[in-house]
Design a protein around this ligand. Structure first.
Ligand SMILES: [Zn+2]
Length: 103
């Protein structure tokens, strides 16, 4: 509760990239090549520079940060709510046949 900001909606509007990343990272077409690069960079120390390796590893830190931000501000995530490409399906009441309506 202490980590919840008082102006959560305003803060959430600043973290659209993190929300997008948190949702995109669940796509196997994106996360599988990313994991290959992330893990493969550990075996390519002789090929890439230490700064290149560090940059690749830092992307994982940012991914964890994106998940943390998403978990904290999920009620304001446009991808989790309607209108942002989420999977929200509006439940409409069933329509009664004309002969069963009261009007
Ligand atoms: Zn979300």
């Amino acid at each position: 509760m202490l980590s919840m900001p008082l102006n959560a909606a305003e803060r959430a509007s600043q973290y659209q990239l993190r929300f997008w990343l948190a949702h995109s990272a669940t796509d196997p077409r994106i996360i599988a090549p990313y994991l290959i690069v992330l893990i493969g960079s550990n075996f390519a120390i002789g090929i890439i520079t230490p700064w290149g390796w560090a940059a690749i590893q830092l992307t994982m830190v940012y991914l964890v940060l994106a998940y943390s931000t998403h978990r904290k501000l999920q009620p304001w995530c446009p991808w989790c709510s309607e209108g942002g490409g989420g999977s929200h399906v509006e439940d409409l009441p069933p329509v009664l046949p004309r002969d069963r309506q009261l009007v």
